[in-house]
Design a protein around this ligand. Structure first.
Ligand code: MG
Length: 370
């Protein structure tokens, strides 16, 4: 079996604005084989940048596009191909956008392997510790505390048992921060878990202060309050905080996650479409398991990322929650035929061979930019 082509498909809504919503565009990867089996993956990056990393022609031995790295190779040799992509992009890679782009190809390779073996991907990773994951509704803070309260009510009515609010106006002032979180908790009631995503809003001293102030509202975690490079700040914060600290969505490398664990993070959040795909997400999750920390996916893209997240989380003993983006954009809601419904607060792990997702080709055609 040989890889015959790698497609990088850039999809975008007609209007993209500055709000921190990653479902406004995406990059879908399709890996074609001479056996007629096609694998699908997704990249969370700047789509045009990642597309260039996939399609770039050979510049020299360690500066080649990912398509160049895998064409003509056996798609079932996933670890070997992952290394070929990593080594082939050393000159401009070793993290960042190159690692994000590798994610899409890697996901598609796992999809192919599952389809060939007629097994769901989680089984190829060692089997399912979980057949369903508890979904936490992931959304942005409302523009006002009142709007946040109303969003919280709506999400509880939809049956979620955990809800995260993030970014938006958080970080503008202490009074507004406290009011936003107060109204989020008021809207959810005491029985629903509340996560707070600070979206890089603070320095370490402010984050320590907020963690203590937010404790009154019993949040499940405080997420990404600091710049991702501020490991010293995270070490101070995790020592001082009375609540769990979560982070990792900006990290793309295994050693980056090891450093976050060293800094005392309680919850790490690899994004399977950023960290080098399923091959790396499972390694990162296992690293956290060895350190007795929780692993929760970061994911704010389409059904492809949801499926890939469900498979690697299913295969981890230290996972139980699924980040479940509730944005209403057409790419988030309609790109895959599978809609991953939330039933009694849980999303089922796909049981079909491979990732278990199928693209709606009409949606692909409608939003395809290049
Ligand atoms: Mg976040």
């Amino acid at each position: 079996m040989k890889i015959t082509d790698v497609e990088a498909i850039w999809l975008q809504l007609p209007v993209v604005d500055e709000r921190c919503d990653g479902t406004q565009d995406t990059l879908i990867v399709r890996v074609h084989t001479d056996a007629g089996i096609v694998g699908v993956g997704e990249v969370d990056s700047s789509p045009m940048v990642a597309k260039a990393i996939i399609e770039a022609p050979l510049s020299h031995a360690i500066a080649r596009g990912l398509r160049q790295c895998v064409l003509g190779q056996n798609p079932l040799d996933i670890a070997v191909l992952w290394e070929r992509m990593y080594q082939g992009t050393i000159f401009f890679g070793r993290g960042g956008a190159a690692q994000q782009a590798i994610s899409g190809v890697d996901m598609a390779l796992w999809d192919i392997l599952g389809k060939v073996l007629k097994q769901p991907v989680y089984r190829l990773l060692g089997g399912a510790f979980h057949t369903k994951l508890r979904a936490y509704a992931s959304n942005l803070f409302g523009d006002t505390p009142q709007a946040t309260y109303e969003q919280a009510r709506r999400l509880v009515d939809q049956g979620f048992t955990a809800v995260k609010f993030g970014w938006g106006p958080l970080g503008k002032s202490e009074a507004l921060d406290l009011e936003l979180v107060r109204q989020a908790r008021a809207g959810l009631g005491d029985a629903v878990d509340l996560m707070i995503d600070a979206g890089l809003a603070y320095d370490a001293s402010t984050a320590i202060r907020r963690a203590r102030q937010f404790a009154e509202f019993n949040p499940f975690w405080l997420e990404e309050p600091l710049h991702p490079d501020d490991l010293e700040g995270y070490a101070r914060l995790t020592q001082a905080s009375p609540i769990r600290i979560a982070a990792g969505e900006q990290e793309t490398t295994l050693h980056g996650f090891a450093a976050l664990l060293d800094a005392g993070l309680d919850v790490i959040q690899p994004d399977v479409a950023r960290v080098g795909g399923i091959s790396r997400a499972i390694e990162i999750g296992r690293l956290a398991a060895q350190r007795h920390r929780l692993c929760v996916n970061h994911s704010y893209k389409t059904g492809v990322s949801i499926a890939a997240s469900l498979h690697f989380l299913a295969a981890l003993p230290n996972a139980s929650l699924l980040e479940y983006c509730v944005e209403q954009s057409a790419l988030r809601q309609t790109l895959t035929r599978q809609r991953f419904p939330v039933v009694d607060g849980y999303v089922a792990v796909p049981q079909e061979p491979g990732l278990g997702v199928e693209l709606d080709e009409e949606v692909v055609a409608r939003y395809r930019v290049a």
